[in-house]
Design a protein around this ligand. Structure first.
Ligand SMILES: Cc1cc2nc3c(=O)[nH]c(=O)nc-3n(C[C@H](O)[C@H](O)[C@H](O)COP(=O)(O)O)c2cc1C
Length: 347
């Protein structure tokens, strides 16, 4: 069931095109609409003094926001990654690259990743490799190769069993995954983050990962881009498959994985359909340190260019600050302690 280099590169190109032209969202929500904010009429927060800067593995960043891993390994990826990185640098936020698997096999599209290296002094740049590749690793040289390629601040391992099992010629065999994550964590010298790609990470899966030494969990939950939808459309298969909507909603993942903080120290990232200020603020209130977004960022870049993307993120976080003002939270630390109201309590 393995794919050729040409097939992988074509698949990456299809992903970009499908995500920009088709409706591949979940037909269920990420669940944040089930919560409301406790409006605080006696707020004394001074709007201009609200601080939303934070740290990401000891590096200071200006917004609790990460441009999620997206592309690399196809013709258009170099330009997209370069423009995403320009926006990330201006905003002083981290950026992930798409799976670097192809780099290990072919030099043809190497520059689509290399282009990010020069940004790595200014902002955290994050490597990316899939669970299927990690599971069958023999030597760890290839991991060093991909992290050196972009001078990565952290390595992201993406877990995408749904995508692999739905995909034509997918690689759903993850046996050996946790053992190899342990090996990588011991050797690599930079933090390892585990992420899903839209179907969510449960508390039980997160515990396996944290026990293996992972230092960051990006839940990438359901409610945003559905990767089984992308693969179903790519292969012109029925789009009423029960798997279109398979997955754990982002808000559920954040709330339940956050419980593991009692036992583990890790960075918790909320993603999966995070497209608005209220979803960001609710994510933090439910426990996230950071939020992240992929498809929406790509669409905004495509429509508005680098400037448009910078403006989008800045405007969204002005709204996050307004939410913080209205709920009496002068800092992200305070927002994290905010107790949201479940909608059924309101009536
Ligand atoms: C065009 C595109 C390509 C992607 N490729 C990767 C990838 O190579 N590696 C990865 O970890 N995630 C990849 N993702 C998944 C995203 O990082 C993210 O987890 C997922 O899309 C859910 O977030 P969203 O709802 O904000 O899009 C990709 C997403 C998009 C839109």
């Amino acid at each position: 069931m393995t794919q050729t280099k040409q097939e992988i590169s074509k698949r990456k190109q299809d992903h970009l095109e499908i995500c920009l032209s088709e409706d591949v969202d979940y037909r269920k929500t990420n669940g944040f609409e089930r919560y409301d904010f406790p409006h605080f009429a006696t707020t004394e927060v001074v709007y201009n003094e609200i601080d939303i800067s934070t740290t990401f593995f000891k590096r200071k960043i200006d917004y609790p926001f990460l441009i999620s891993s997206m592309t690399g390994g196809t013709g258009k990826a170099k330009d997209i990654n370069y423009r995403l990185a320009l926006a990330a640098k201006e905003l002083n936020i981290p950026i992930g690259v798409g799976s670097q698997r192809l780099t290990l096999e072919d030099d043809k599209f190497k520059d689509s990743f290399d282009v990010l290296k020069k940004f790595s002094d200014s902002i955290p740049v994050l490597s990316n490799i899939g669970a299927a590749q990690v599971a069958k690793l023999k030597k760890l040289d290839s991991i060093k190769k991909i992290t050196d390629q972009i001078n990565a601040s952290a390595l992201i391992i993406h877990l995408n069993p749904l995508q692999e099992i739905i995909q034509k010629n997918g690689e759903p065999d993850f046996s050996g995954l946790i053992k190899n994550i342990k090996r990588i964590v011991k050797k690599i010298g930079i933090p390892v983050i585990a992420k899903e790609v839209g179907a969510g990470i449960s508390a039980k899966a997160a515990e396996y990962l944290l026990e293996a030494g992972v230092k960051g969990i990006d839940v990438a939950g359901a409610g945003g881009t559905s990767w089984s939808a992308v693969e179903l459309l790519r292969n012109k298969r029925s789009n009423d498959s029960i798997f279109w909507n398979w997955g754990l909603p982002t808000s559920y993942c954040i709330r339940t994985v956050n419980e593991l903080r009692k036992k583990y120290n890790f960075v918790l990232i909320s993603s999966g359909g995070i497209n608005s200020a209220d979803e960001i603020a609710k994510s933090v209130a439910l426990g996230a340190d950071l939020t992240a977004s992929a498809k929406k960022v790509l669409i905004i870049l495509n429509e508005g260019g680098v400037e448009g993307l910078i403006e989008y993120v800045k405007a969204m976080f002005e709204d996050v600050k307004k939410i913080m003002y209205l709920t009496g939270c002068e800092s992200l630390k305070k927002l994290k302690k905010l107790i949201l109201i479940r909608k059924e309590e309101l009536f």
